[in-house]
Design a protein around this ligand. Structure first.
Ligand code: ATP
Ligand code: MG
Length: 233
């Protein structure tokens, strides 16, 4: 049984004739310790899919089985426990708390976890030691994104979900963030899903799920993984 298995997942927004079918029966799987890319054009349903996997929204039908649990049928309390204990979520636009410092933002993740990673280790891995007492508006985009990765990561999540983690960053910083994601996957055996519209990023992933119009139309297995520093776009 794969670590994550999604079966015939459907999601519609809105009512009646004004409604849109966004996910039309998604099937996909991710193995433990894998980095998986979800690739597709704007509006294809990538963020919707990630939000369902992360338990931030509910599917209309279908299954999302993570490490043996179908999260699609959990009640709110159980779903929230699952999110807290199992998941790290990195948002496209960071979602940092503006009046908390870098360290305090990362502590939000630490307090949620029963077995958090060491704060000093996280600050070191992410290269944030020198800016740990600054506020988000005193940081570059890359530093803000590293802080949001830190907040997700300190929980030592089994599953790390990243929605366009480099979407708002320049080329060099994007590659640094991707290299960091690779390092996290290697060091902590974290299973990672990266949503992106950048095909080049899929070259550092063991699997690429291609999505269009709310359907997975192609799954590619990559046996020739290219390290993040070597990617070019
Ligand atoms: N809460 C919502 N209410 C209504 N429609 C929504 C909602 N969320 C998403 N949609 C619609 O669902 C479709 C898919 O959106 P989604 O955000 O999943 O796309 P995406 O693949 O992540 O796109 P992008 O690459 O631009 O981030 C879009 O047509 C969008 O307008
Ligand atoms: Mg999106």
């Amino acid at each position: 049984m794969p670590f994550l298995q999604i079966i015939n997942l459907k999601k519609r927004f809105g009512e009646g004739s004004a409604g849109v079918n966004v996910l039309n029966g998604v099937d996909m799987s991710v193995e433990k310790g894998e980095i998986c890319a979800v690739l597709g054009p704007s509006g294809s349903g990538k963020s919707t899919l990630l939000n369902l996997i992360g338990g931030l929204d509910r599917a209309d039908s279908g299954k999302i089985v993570i490490d043996g649990t179908n999260i699609a049928v959990l009640n709110e309390k159980k779903l929230s426990d699952f999110r807290r204990d199992f998941l790290g979520f990195v948002f496209q636009f960071y979602n940092l708390v503006p009046n908390l410092t870098v360290k305090e933002n990362i502590q939000l993740g630490e307090y949620l976890s029963k077995n958090p990673l060491d704060m000093d280790e996280i600050l070191a891995v992410l290269g944030l030691e020198e800016v740990q007492n600054r506020f988000p508006n005193e940081l570059s985009g890359g530093q803000q994104q590293r802080c949001s990765i830190g907040r997700a990561l300190i929980k030592n999540p089994k599953l790390l979900l990243c929605d366009e983690p480099t979407g708002a960053l320049d080329y060099k910083t994007s590659k640094d963030i991707l290299a960091l994601t690779e390092k996290i996957n290697r060091n902590y055996k974290t299973t990672v899903i990266i949503v992106t519209h950048n095909r080049e990023i899929s070259r550092m992933c063991g699997k690429t799920v291609n999505i269009k119009d709310g359907i997975v139309y192609k799954t590619e297995i990559n046996t020739d993984i290219v390290h993040a520093e070597k990617l070019e776009w």
